[in-house]
Design a protein around this ligand. Sequence first.
Ligand code: AHR
Length: 328
Amino acid sequence: MPSRPWRAAATALATVLLVGSVAACGNSDTGDAGNDGKIVLGFSQVGAESGWRTANTTSIKESAAAAGIELKFDDAQQKQENQIKAIRNFIQQKVDVIAFSPVVESGWDTVLKEAKDADIPVILTDRSVDSADKSLYKTFIGSDFVKEGRLAGEWLVEQKKGASGPVNIVELQGTTGSAPANDRKKGFAEATAANPNLKIIASQSGDFTRAGGKQVMEQFLKANPKIDVLFAHNDDMGLGALEAITAAGKVPGKDITIITIDAVKDGMQALADGKFNFIAECSPLLGPQLMDLAKKAHDGEQVAPRIETEETTFTQDQAKAALPNRKY
Ligand code: AHR
């Protein structure tokens, strides 16, 4: 039998070991980010360039609160270097899960590898990356941007099927190098190739912003006396272009057919008012699904590698009917 002082020392040592192991468990379960046992999600957002982005940010913040997930939110202001810095900060803070909407498609392998080496699962939301190594991220949740461009192009082909002469199209592209700009351009070009009368006479980036859309449309109008169609990669650029078109003495929706993507409230209002002619929807309401995926990724559950958002299209009459219940 050990003596009393020896027994007291052994008890003290056991207590220290027990407390130490509980603390270690706590760290691996919740990260070092500090919380009340909640999952910690580090999210790097593209920026605040459009109505779509604002609605997406709201959806993510509200869903995190509703799901009891601690959200560390970072706004990258449309800069890839800011996103890389934010992701490295999240890794350093040992968050449980990292999610981000990549501003451009290329250049992510190194930082994604750092997250993988730190054993932190990564979820891509809204936009994807062009990394060949798919093991660098768990899943990608978002729209099929090629399909959106194709739906926009197919609608135009149908509208102009009786056209006898050339139909001049100008295109306002999204942020250069971003997945939605690359893919929407591709889908639209593929669909409109069905009618050789449809010609894209000018195509330039308006960076997904209203100001960019207005400024580039002004240049298009100055350089091209005959513009029949505007295809804008999002509502905001289309809304900016409306100002340029009106200032040039033309009637939007009549003199120039306007097709956009997103279907945010302001875009839907312009469609219902007859200023836009067609919108292919892109839903920003990704928050609830993202939180569900974050929980699964944290718990080591299997998730599908690609989750596609359900979407539709709107004509002017459909916009009038849908507007009263539009959430964003
Ligand atoms: O990635 C989604 C796109 O980004 C939206 O269509 C656009 O409005 C936003 O800026």
